[in-house]
Design a protein. Structure first.
Length: 358
């Protein structure tokens, strides 16, 4: 085992002991939010620490077996025990490396599935319909709920565009690698001379955004100025500095309020306006991020930009990212995506393991 990995595991073991002490303290449940956060952290690292403990036990077994090899009468037994310990350690090391891989925080989320016809005209729209049915059947097999959000149907029964929400635990984890260009090679229903055509569709899989975080304004990030409100004279002229100007330093937003004679109420109202504006900025930033993600996921929809090819005459489906070809196109179009998804996940995990090893 690499020294860096062992050091990380030792740190996690120490942290687990700290968490047990914190959660076992008499005052642990006084702050329920902190208690939940610590409990969640403990649950996340306990499995890793348990695996590490098993690895250490196997290490101790190996050391004991090696020590027995000096005894001629015990040598054969000791070698068998040492071999068994090394096998256990190798398996546990693989498990530990996978357990240390960073987890995608979106994996448990529901998704928005977007399918758009690309090059190929009517045939592309028909293929978009086929892809949607494929994903819908896969969702049904996983007992997920699927709901069409919007669609633009073609004259021949396919879709120029269809957007659906798929609700279910792990939907994003299983379908996140489906984003990209999907190419089909087949004889279209509209082809009278039996020629094979190539068309393309784009697929985007987007994790459902959570609720916009409640706006928390840090007083240290505000500059609050008070001044005398302007207005008509007379007996109601404001003779105190009741008007308020609040500048939010990180964003540069400035809000002024002088409608009330009370400085306290003007300040509260200005803070309310500032919070609304900050939330609007957050929503816009989130929408821009989604739009940017969508663009990076689906490309231009050109035939040359493809992650997967569905060749109907040869009955094969090829995922070009992992060079995997399966000759069961009918089953795949009926929603049997497990082998493709497993291959993509394995490749992704191998890449992350290579990074962890470095």
């Amino acid at each position: 085992m690499k020294t860096s990995i062992r050091h990380r595991l030792e740190q996690l073991a120490e942290r687990l002991a700290e968490l047990d002490a914190l959660l076992g303290a008499e005052a642990a449940t006084r702050d329920m939010e902190s208690f939940r956060r610590l409990s969640q952290e403990r649950a996340e690292i306990a499995t890793v620490v348990d695996l590490f403990a098993a690895y250490r036990r196997a290490e101790a077994d190996l050391a004991a077996a090696v020590a027995m090899e000096s005894d001629a009468e015990m040598r054969e037994f000791a070698r068998e025990e040492a071999a068994a310990a090394r096998t256990v350690m190798a398996g546990l090391e693989d498990d530990l490396q996978r357990a240390l891989l960073p987890r995608d925080p979106n994996d448990d989320k529901s998704i928005f599935l977007e399918i758009r016809a690309g090059t190929g005209g009517d045939e592309s729209a028909l293929f978009a319909g086929d892809l949607f049915r494929m994903y819908a059947r896969f969702a049904e097999k996983n007992r997920w709920k699927i709901e069409v959000v919007s669609k633009s149907e073609s004259d021949l029964g396919g879709y120029r565009e269809i957007i659906a929400r798929i609700e279910g635990a792990g939907a994003y984890a299983k379908l996140k690698f489906e984003s990209g260009g999907h190419r089909v090679q087949r004889v279209p229903a509209t082809e009278t001379q039996g020629r094979i055509h190539t068309s393309a569709c784009t697929v985007a899989v987007l994790p459902e955004a959570g609720a916009i975080d409640a706006i928390v304004i840090n007083p240290a990030e505000l500059r609050i100025d008070t001044y005398r409100a302007s207005g008509a004279g007379g007996q109601h002229i404001n003779k105190t500095d009741s008007a308020v100007r609040i500048t939010h330093l990180p964003s540069g937003l400035v809000v002024e309020c002088q409608d009330d004679r009370s400085q306290h109420r003007n300040k509260a109202q200005a803070l309310g306006v500032l919070a609304a504006r900050l939330q609007d900025m957050q929503v816009r930033a989130q929408q821009q991020q989604i739009a940017s993600t969508r663009k990076s996921l689906i490309g231009s929809g050109d035939r040359s930009e493809r992650i997967r090819t569905y060749n109907f005459p040869q009955g094969r489906v090829t995922d070009h990212r992992i060079n995997l070809t399966l000759y069961k196109i009918d089953a795949i179009m009926a929603g049997d995506l497990d082998e493709l998804i497993a291959g993509l996940n394995a490749e992704h995990q191998a890449e992350m393991l290579a990074e962890l090893a470095q």
